[in-house]
Design a protein around this ligand. Structure first.
Ligand code: ATP
Length: 357
């Protein structure tokens, strides 16, 4: 089911929890709503479910306007943070509940419950009360209960937040597998950018009720269109600079202290504009000095993390500000105070006007 929001707003008193949001989600997509606490993710999900009415704008499922349609007639499946299962009922009973409400005949009900439990790999637990299941198993039952009704749209509200770190990782794969198998259009709310990056077809980053940016995981990570989106998608080194030479239309030269940076940018720049440039820690290479944007830096500290190593570096033209580098498969551990040459590819440096947020 294709879903479209057209200039949707929802206010609580003077707070715009959702502020003029327009977006379109294709049939069968796994679409993420990502943002910090209070940015309006849950409110948006509840608007889709029909628990809230928009104060402005329209919601469409396919070509059908949904604003006036009651929640129980929207054919949405929902999975909540706390699963909201019936603790005294069996797995089977929980999954069948939505079908009982819809008065589905016994034979079809049994077949659909069986199929849903197979999809989430919980068939062998069918007759167990849910209060005798682990958190991960309860999560699977909640998913089975949501998909058994064959919803047009599946709404998942931070579905992994109650699980421990290891289980969260394996359930990411499970949800992707279940989504690939069912191809139900799914909205997934999270504040965890790594969850969104690793699972989504598309992500909308929300900031104070508004959409900051919509894109694929790699577009948002590599080409964020604001400092907020860049920060939210992962760690980044920010450096203040001033445009020195507007450049050719593909490159701009900016200065911080006595250092001149080459930065890829197709935007026209005016000499003297105050900017912020940013690059991710993994974009910092340890080089031999001939690469572009290379400069000497002293190691302040290294943090060995197993498969990767984080290094804090200090360089003359940045004063007290340090630069964070991340090496994958680190070789031997360099000691503090060692002098290195580092470089950053111009294509991997972001540039924003200093006034942008
Ligand atoms: P979290 O990640 O913490 O769950 P969220 O992104 O889901 O946050 P929402 O719960 O949608 O954010 O809240 C968005 C804004 O609307 C917040 O400022 C919140 O305080 C406010 N808000 C949400 N629900 C209500 C309500 N029922 N009454 C009043 N204000 C509300």
């Amino acid at each position: 089911m294709r879903v479209r929001l057209n200039q949707v707003s929802k206010f609580f008193g003077k707070t715009a929890a959702v502020d003029n949001v327009s977006l379109e989600v294709a049939d069968g997509e796994l679409f993420f709503l990502l943002g910090p606490s209070g940015c309006g993710k849950t409110t948006l999900l509840r608007l889709l479910a029909g628990f809230y009415q928009p104060d402005a704008g329209q919601i469409f499922f396919g070509d059908h306007p949904m604003n006036a349609v009651a929640p129980e007639r929207r054919n949405c499946g929902m999975v909540f943070q706390n699963y909201a299962l019936w603790p005294h009922m069996t797995v089977e009973g929980n999954v069948a509940y939505g079908l009982d409400v819809r008065k589905i005949k016994a034979e079809e009900k049994e077949a659909r419950v069986r199929e849903a439990l197979q999809i989430v790999k919980m068939s062998e637990y069918a007759s167990r009360p849910v209060n005798q299941l682990s958190g991960g198993q309860q999560q699977r039952v909640a998913l089975a209960r949501a998909i058994v009704i064959r919803p047009d749209v599946l709404l998942l509200d931070e579905p992994l937040s109650n699980l421990d770190a290891r289980l969260r990782l394996s359930m990411r794969n499970e949800i992707r597998r279940i989504h690939a198998q069912t191809r139900i259009t799914t909205f997934y709310v999270t504040h965890d950018q790594s969850e969104a990056l690793s699972m989504a077809d598309h992500i909308a980053i929300l900031n104070q009720g508004r959409i900051e940016q919509i894109g694929t995981p790699s577009e948002l990570y590599c080409k964020p269109n604001s400092p907020f989106a860049a920060d939210f998608m992962g760690e980044i080194n920010w450096i203040d600079a001033v445009v020195e030479e507007p450049g050719s239309g593909r490159r701009v030269c900016v200065r911080s202290g006595e250092f001149l940076w080459e930065v890829a940018s197709t935007r026209p720049w005016i000499k003297g504009t105050e900017v912020r440039i940013g690059f991710r820690p993994e974009s910092v290479s340890f080089s031999h000095g001939s690469a572009e944007n290379s400069f000497p830096a002293t190691i302040l500290e290294t943090f060995y993390l197993g498969g990767q190593q984080e290094t804090l570096l200090k360089t003359g033209f940045l004063g007290d500000q340090s630069v964070r580098a991340l090496e994958i498969n680190p070789g031997k551990n360099d000691s503090a105070n060692k002098l290195k040459t580092v470089s950053i590819d111009a294509e991997q440096i972001l540039i924003f006007e200093k006034s942008s947020k």
